[in-house]
Design a protein around this ligand. Structure first.
Ligand SMILES: Nc1ncnc2c1ncn2[C@@H]1O[C@H](COP(=O)(O)OP(=O)(O)OP(=O)(O)O)[C@@H](O)[C@H]1O
Length: 260
């Protein structure tokens, strides 16, 4: 059960250096409320992936603390890490990293089955997750025969079937055509989970995430309403973030709120 009195995610004073000495995180503090959707922005090499990999204990070892709904991410405690990996679902950029079973349904069942879920409960989870991403009709297909956009949706379903509390998405809109991009946005908006979305697609961040943070050189340098951050030209250029030519975030948000 989600402890609604706790933030979904609390990161305090997180530092991390790779074995070669490169300091990728230099004191990150970040809190996400339950149900928030937040975009994690930043130029190449800012430390975004490094930060994400700390959320379920794949990377660890530096000073600082990460908690998921009040539960500390403690990599030395195997039971705690199993629970953390159930709570935090990461959808990686390349869906093929997450799909390896003979059929779509088996891929979606894999995670919960590993947690010991069986029978009707397992069937229900697979049905729900596939329906949430609009892929129920493809349940018996071979994942690698699907289009890229369909594989991305199935990758999201594999994570949803774990019933995560936090969904972390790494570049969810990359390589999607405009229709698939919009459909995935609708799916993500409808999910009742906390979302942290790493993206270089700034219009997508604006569309989906009311709040954004900017990470640069391992530090969080901005945190606020996505529209305000994107509209701040000096902030954007200081951190090598570029909006598409002619894109006006204030007008885009206004037209989204009152579609003609
Ligand atoms: N395995 C590694 N060993 C050493 N240094 C690494 C390793 N992985 C990443 N780094 C370095 O850590 C820093 C942060 O990298 P990270 O991949 O977290 O950035 P990012 O913000 O996700 O970048 P991008 O937008 O390009 O994906 C970079 O300087 C990178 O070169």
């Amino acid at each position: 059960m989600i402890n609604v009195t706790e933030p979904a995610l609390t990161i305090s004073g997180l530092h991390f250096a790779y074995p070669d000495g490169r300091e990728a995180l230099r004191g990150v503090d970040l809190t996400l409320a339950q149900g928030e959707r937040v975009a994690l922005l930043g130029p190449n090499g800012a430390g975004k992936t490094t930060l994400v990999l700390h959320l379920n204990g794949i990377l660890h070892g530096g000073p600082g603390r990460v908690e998921i709904s009040g539960l500390p991410v403690t990599p030395s405690d195997r039971a705690a890490i199993a629970e953390i990996r159930r709570r935090v679902g990461i959808v990686f950029q390349d869906p093929d990293d997450q799909l390896f079973m003979p059929t779509v349904a088996e891929d979606v069942a894999f995670g919960p089955a590993n947690l010991g879920v069986r029978g009707t409960e397992l069937d229900n989870r697979v049905d729900e997750a596939l329906s949430a991403v609009g892929m129920s009709a493809h349940r018996d297909q071979i994942p690698h025969h699907l289009s890229f956009g369909q594989r991305r949706r199935v990758a999201v379903a594999t994570v949803l079937a774990m019933r995560p509390e936090i969904l972390v998405l790494d570049e969810p809109s990359s390589n999607l055509d405009p229709a698939s991009r919009r459909e995935l946005a609708e799916i993500l908006e409808s999910l009742p989970v906390t979302v942290l979305m790493v993206t270089h697609d700034l219009p997508y961040a604006l569309e989906l995430c009311p709040r954004a943070v900017i990470l640069d050189e391992g530090r969080l340098v901005a945190d606020g309403p996505t529209v305000d951050l994107l509209a701040d030209r000096s902030l954007m250029s200081a951190h090598r973030l570029e909006l598409p030519f002619g894109f006006d975030p204030v007008a885009a948000l206004a037209s989204r709120r009152s579609p003609s």
